[in-house]
Design a protein. Structure first.
Length: 403
């Protein structure tokens, strides 16, 4: 394939940065979905989006150079370019995950099953012509707040709708790909298909010895990579060095996990007749670790105290998925309740990525984690979900009395 010629056209720097962030995050979601479901068409679209990212990056560099007329402006733009480059690196890693499918690399079935059971699930559902969804816009449905699912892509016959917005209207036979908490999957599936959701039970034989160890490592790496990206943008948004340091710690831990997996593969290779069964594991580990590296590069702009252009914060806040930092007051009604009791994912559609308690961070808090006074919640979701979360956590207003 010959290189595609890119022609310059004037683009707004803020819009370019938003598009890079949203596209790279969408690619990660679609890439993991393609790998889990062996979806060749989604994997091919991920690579098309990778080409799109190259074009956006080109326009980003031109726009940044045209925007800087003084030394101080150039210094601020260096941070913009570093964030943009990191977004493209995330996209490139997503492309590597998609190639696992396109190149038929070996991924053990146990791993795919484990990924489907990961903290945030990606579900595929075909819209029944009699579904109540038909004819409604995403704004009408408010799926992100109830049942807490976020539609990341729609396949419409041979066409794809990426990053659908609130005005996107659902049609019969649309194939929806949604991400969210396990609790919201059955509700979303039944709403779309008019059928009862039945988790697929897959009968399979374990081909590799002690595969559980590799599965645990890869699932943890996937979750940590996604958490790193969210925390990195949080650090950028709030100019928060504590969060940036945590991203660096996660990146270091990811390196250790990668080396541990490499050691497992080398040990296991002696006992398998076909080492191709292990290629996909290494490829997936490398890609997940690359995502974490790119996230650290985003957080590095905070750690090195680079003068960030205000456009970065505007872009992060302007994207379709926002990151929220919320401190729990003593009067908040959620104090003393567990995340299981609160059902934040299904009630608000917002996913709590981390909790800071005193000087300690709790990553990916579990259902038994109890909210305490002074906790700082770092969450991601839609603008609508953010408002619902703030309303849910707000202190009740005292009733006015008239004497």
């Amino acid at each position: 394939m010959s290189p595609k010629e890119i022609k310059y056209s004037p683009r707004n720097l803020k819009d370019l940065l938003i598009e890079m962030k949203d596209t790279s995050e969408l690619m990660v979601d679609l890439a993991y979905s393609a790998m889990v479901y062996d979806a060749y068409d989604i994997a091919e679209e991920v690579l098309r989006l990778e080409d799109k990212m190259d074009t956006i990056d080109y326009h980003m560099k031109i726009a940044a150079m045209l925007s800087a007329r003084r030394i101080d402006e150039a210094e601020e733009m260096s941070g913009v370019l570093q964030v943009a480059a990191s977004s493209e690196n995330i996209a490139n890693a997503a492309g590597d995950i998609a190639k696992i499918v396109l190149m038929d690399m070996g991924i053990p079935l146990e791993l795919k099953v484990a990924l489907r059971e990961a903290e945030e699930t990606i579900v595929r559902a075909t819209v029944n012509e009699e579904s109540s969804m038909v004819g409604c816009t995403l704004n009408d449905l408010e799926l992100d707040s109830d049942p807490g699912m976020w539609i990341i892509a729609i396949r419409r016959h041979d066409d794809w709708v990426y990053d659908p917005n609130k005005d996107t209207r659902i049609r019969p036979d649309d194939v929806l790909f949604a991400r969210g908490h396990d609790d919201g999957v059955p509700i979303f599936f039944e709403l779309a298909t008019n059928q009862e959701y039945k988790p697929k039970e897959i009968q399979h034989e374990k081909v590799l010895k002690d595969l559980e160890k590799a599965v645990d490592i890869i699932v943890d790496m996937k979750n940590m990579a996604e958490l790193s990206v969210g925390l990195a943008y949080s650090a950028l948004l709030f100019d928060h060095e504590d969060i940036a340091h945590e991203v660096r710690a996660l990146e270091s831990e990811m390196d250790s996990m990668k080396y541990e997996l490499q050691h497992w593969v080398l040990e296991t290779a002696k006992h398998v007749p076909d080492v191709n069964q292990l290629r996909g594991l290494l490829h997936l580990a490398n890609a997940s670790e690359s995502i974490s590296d790119a996230a650290y590069d985003v957080a590095d702009t905070v750690l090195r105290d680079i003068d960030l252009h205000p456009i970065i914060t505007i872009a992060v806040r302007g994207s379709d998925e926002v990151i929220t930092r919320l401190q729990v007051d003593a009067c908040s009604p959620i104090v003393g309740k567990s995340f299981s009791e609160l059902n934040l994912e299904t009630e608000t559609g917002v996913h709590v990525m981390a909790v800071k308690r005193n000087d300690r961070w709790v990553y990916s808090p579990g259902s038994k984690t109890v909210v305490q006074i002074g906790d700082i919640l770092i969450a991601r979701g839609s603008h609508t979900g953010e408002e619902a979360l703030m309303e849910m956590c707000a202190c009740p207003l005292a009733d006015d009395t008239i004497s």
